[in-house]
Design a protein around this ligand. Structure first.
Ligand SMILES: [Fe+2]
Length: 241
C-alpha cells in the first residue's frame, strides 16, 4: 500500500507551517517512519493577498533550501499549493499551481456556509479552466455546512475530495468522514501538517483507523484512487471505479 500525503505545510518559513529547516526535517523524519512515500508540499496560496509570481518564487526558494537536507529515507517531495477558491484565477495561473506532475489543483473552500456562487466557482474551475479539482480537507467545512451540503460539492462529478487523517481521531468527525468516504466524496488523504507542537495524525495512523472502520474494499478503493491521482490518471477513470 503506497502512502501518499496530498496536503502539507512542510516547506520552511513560507506560510503558517514549519517555521524553519530544523522543523521541516523533523517532520520529514516522522513521515519517513510512518512509511509515507510521496509528500505533496502545499503551502497556502491566497489569490487576493499575494501575486502568483511572488508565491512561486518563495515556494521554489523554500523547496531548494529544504532539498539540501533531504535524507534518502524521506518521502519524495512534490510541489503543489493549497489554493483558496477564487474566480480570478486564469487557466495559465492554475496550471502553475497544480500538484506536481498531475492536472489536479488542491482547492480550499472558504470557511463559511457555501453559497450558490461558491459551488458555481468550483464547478467552473473543472469545467472551463481545464484543471481537475481536489477539494482540501472536506470534513473541515462541516463546521458551517451539513453533510449533504458538502456532498453537493461533488454533484457535478468533476471534483474529487481529500480528508485530513487528524480528523479521524475524533469520534463524531470520524463517523462523518466514514460517511463521506462511503458516499464517494473522498479520493485522497493528507496530514495537513503545520507545526510539530500541534500534533497531527500521519498517514499510517489514518490508514490504521480506516482499516478498522471500512471494509478492506473501501480502504483499497480510497488508496487506489489516491495512487491514480498521483499518477495523473484521467478523472473519469477514477470516478468510474
Ligand atoms: Fe492546509
Amino acid at each position: 500500500m503506497k502512502l501518499i500525503d496530498f496536503h502539507s505545510h512542510v516547506l520552511p518559513g513560507i506560510d503558517d507551517g514549519a517555521k524553519d529547516i530544523e522543523e521541516s526535517v523533523e517532520i520529514l523524519d516522522m513521515m519517513a517512519k510512518a512509511g509515507v512515500e510521496i509528500l505533496f508540499c502545499t503551502p497556502h496560496f491566497y489569490p487576493h493577498k499575494q501575486s502568483l509570481d511572488s508565491f512561486l518564487n518563495k515556494r521554489q526558494a523554500a523547496y531548494e533550501r529544504l532539498m539540501r537536507y533531504i535524507k534518502p529515507e524521506h518521502p519524495k517531495l512534490r510541489l503543489g499549493a493549497e489554493v483558496l477558491l477564487s474566480k480570478q484565477l486564469e487557466k495559465e495561473e492554475l496550471d502553475l499551481l497544480k500538484l506536481e506532475n498531475t492536472d489536479y489543483v488542491l482547492i480550499e473552500m472558504p470557511y463559511v456556509h457555501f453559497s450558490g456562487s461558491m459551488y458555481e466557482s468550483l464547478y467552473e474551475l473543472a469545467d472551463t479552466r481545464g484543471v481537475n479539482v481536489l477539494v482540501a480537507h472536506i470534513e473541515r467545512y462541516l463546521a458551517n455546512n451539513s453533510l449533504a451540503e458538502i456532498e453537493e460539492l461533488f454533484a457535478e462529478e468533476n471534483v474529487l475530495g481529500q480528508i485530513n487523517c487528524t480528523s479521524l481521531r475524533k469520534f463524531s468527525l470520524r463517523r462523518k468522514c466514514i460517511k463521506l468516504i462511503k458516499n464517494g466524496c473522498v479520493h485522497a488523504l493528507g496530514s495537513d501538517y503545520h507545526r510539530i507542537e500541534r500534533g497531527y495524525a500521519l498517514l499510517d495512523e489514518g490508514v490504521k483507523i480506516l482499516h478498522k472502520k471500512l471494509k478492506a474494499d473501501g480502504l483499497n478503493r480510497l488508496i487506489g484512487s489516491s495512487e491514480s491521482i498521483e499518477k495523473n490518471v484521467a478523472l473519469e477513470e477514477i470516478l468510474s471505479v
